[in-house]
Design a protein around this ligand. Sequence first.
Ligand code: GTP
Ligand code: MG
Length: 183
Amino acid sequence: MGLLTIIKKQKIKDKEIRVLTLGLDNAGKTTIIKQILGEDTKKVSPTMGFQINTIQYKEYNLNMWDIGGQTTIRNFWSNYFDRSNIIIWVIDSLSLERLDESYQELREKIILQDQLVGTYLVVLINKVDMLDPQQHQSVKDQVIKVLNLDRELNQDRYIIQLVSGYTGEGLSPVLDWMIERDI
Ligand SMILES: Nc1nc2c(ncn2[C@@H]2O[C@H](COP(=O)(O)OP(=O)(O)OP(=O)(O)O)[C@@H](O)[C@H]2O)c(=O)[nH]1
Ligand SMILES: [Mg+2]
């Protein structure tokens, strides 16, 4: 193999981004990934293990790892941390009574993990299609307040976005943000 070919291959490889999608059960992780893939979002069932999908977006290959969020599966999340560039953390805006549980898991299992230092974080507040648009900002404010990410992370390391896995609302700015990171 010539040097040029090696350099070209390296460049293609450099455009791979590994994304781990996590969050509580029923938050909508699988639905969001299906929406990005252009698949039928109405046919989902709880993820019992994991699934990998590659999404091509503007010259980038996003390797999206979709992991189940049920309590018994959460202890296995760390098996997937290696070489992950971005963590997507999905929150269900229709179950804000679980926001504290979501925060605890995000903090203990993600933010405080040494293995994930340097990883970018995307927080998706999902299912906003069911919210009155007038509620959007207050729901976002509530999530910002509970997660209090400024305390743990630099502002350029994370983003919090309102989205809908059903309609796709809010997802393209997130894809753009992910590929614009320094990975
Ligand atoms: N209204 C609405 N419902 C959604 C949306 N996204 C997901 N749901 C519903 O929420 C439920 C859970 O969706 P999943 O995508 O399976 O959730 P998950 O986070 O992958 O769940 P686990 O695999 O168990 O961790 C399903 O009934 C979805 O149809 C959304 O954007 N809007
Ligand atoms: Mg799932």
